[in-house]
Design a protein around this ligand. Structure first.
Ligand code: ATP
Length: 358
């Protein structure tokens, strides 16, 4: 097991920074998800950690050993980093056991010892008894478990997962998620898990690194990301936060601020050290707001109500916010009709911190 440290890592291709000034410290035994939209630099980050790319500047360390930095780069096969790819990358002509034991054979390990290690790895991923099958005769989930066992047999200090569930159907994804979680608990391996799927990252990770255009947008626990997004990108990317324009009027006691939102004063949660400023935004989650036919609240117009079973998706335009359409979910029964006037009640929110100078 090992700790992984990325210090101000930048990777440029010609004059384009695919990864820009990223610093992350992954604790020994931690499960870190790297999450972000397509093209944000996730795969490049994984390739840098694995050693398939060299850093342009900054440093990567595993334990206390520098893997990539000013002094050069340690070859991928010397890093003791295991990788589980989304396409499994299994040899079709080898049996499951041969696939798993391949690296041991290359390392010329004694045959009996290698067989024992393969058996142990099969047991660890719940595939006992399937060692003689060929990959073609396995389900997608079983193939992914073989890939996991193959990576574990080499006793890596760190395991990288590259969108491992992307090729599996929805039901299998959920059960593999459970397996990965159980596997992590059982082995205590340090894991870096690349995904663009927010639900997957939230379900599995201790902390999530959200990437945006090559930069680290926020590194936090799933709960913090949801409750206290560091910027608008994180607020929108994580569960589609509802963003409202706000002016900060004053800081209150206990991590709260008084703000004016669309002409109404509210108290919302905020970071300490906030000062009065204009042009801010607050992030609300669906559970923080409610649209009601009448009574107190912000005046507005229900553009659309889309029923989706136990809840409804509502599009609401506040009268005081021209060109602003808010989207959120509300549990059924929803007593609203498309095209009617209604009121928006905001129970709580989070003040998006001011952007720091680059
Ligand atoms: P996806 O989820 O679509 O795989 P990603 O978040 O993994 O995306 P990367 O593959 O890391 O993103 O790519 C980040 C950016 O760097 C992209 O704009 C990509 O075009 C660029 N890029 C990646 N590799 C190279 C390369 N070898 N040469 C030039 N540009 C590259």
């Amino acid at each position: 097991m090992a700790r992984l440290t990325l210090d101000n890592v930048t990777k440029s291709f010609a004059d384009f920074d695919a990864v820009r000034d990223v610093s992350i410290d992954v604790g020994d035994g931690e499960f870190l998800a790297v999450l972000g939209p397509s093209g944000c630099g996730k795969t490049t980050l994984l390739r840098l950690i694995a050693g398939f790319e060299k850093v342009t500047s900054g440093e990567i360390r595993i334990g206390n050993e520098v893997m990539s930095g000013k002094g050069g780069s340690v070859a991928p096969e010397k890093r003791r980093v295991g990788i589980v790819f989304q396409n499994y990358a299994l040899w079709p002509h080898m049996t499951v056991a041969e696939n798993i034991g391949y690296s041991l054979k290359v390392a010329k390990l004694d045959k009996a010892a290698a067989r024992r290690k393969v058996e142990d790895a099969l047991a660890l991923v719940n595939l006992q008894g399937l060692g003689e099958r060929r990959p073609a005769n396995l389900s997608g989930g079983q193939r992914q478990r073989v890939a996991l066992a193959r990576c574990l047999v080499a006793a890596p200090s760190l395991v990288l997962f590259d969108e491992p569930l992307a090729n599996l159907d929805v039901h299998l994804r959920a059960s593999m998620e459970d397996e990965f979680a159980a596997f992590h608990k059982r082995t205590g391996t340090t894991i870096v898990y690349i995904t663009h799927d927010q639900a997957e990252a939230m379900a599995l990770a201790d902390r999530i690194a959200v990437m945006d255009h090559g930069r680290l947008a926020q590194l936090a626990t799933p709960r913090q990301l949801y409750r206290e997004p560091a910027n608008e990108m994180v607020s929108s990317f994580i569960s589609q936060g509802i963003l409202l324009p706000a002016d900060v009027l004053s800081a209150e006691e206990g991590g709260h601020c008084k703000v004016r939102v669309l002409g109404t004063e509210l108290v919302v949660r905020c970071r300490t050290g906030e000062r009065p400023r204009a042009g801010a935004r607050i992030c609300c989650r669906s559970a923080d707001v409610q649209v009601v036919p009448d009574g107190p609240g912000l005046d507005g117009h229900v553009k659309r109500v889309i029923y989706q079973g136990g809840s409804a998706r509502i599009e609401f335009t506040p009268s005081a916010g021209p060109d602003l359409t808010l989207h959120f979910e509300q549990p059924d029964p929803v007593m609203l009709e498309s095209g009617t006037q209604a009121r928006l009640r905001i129970r709580s929110g989070w003040l998006i911190p001011a952007a720091r100078a680059a």
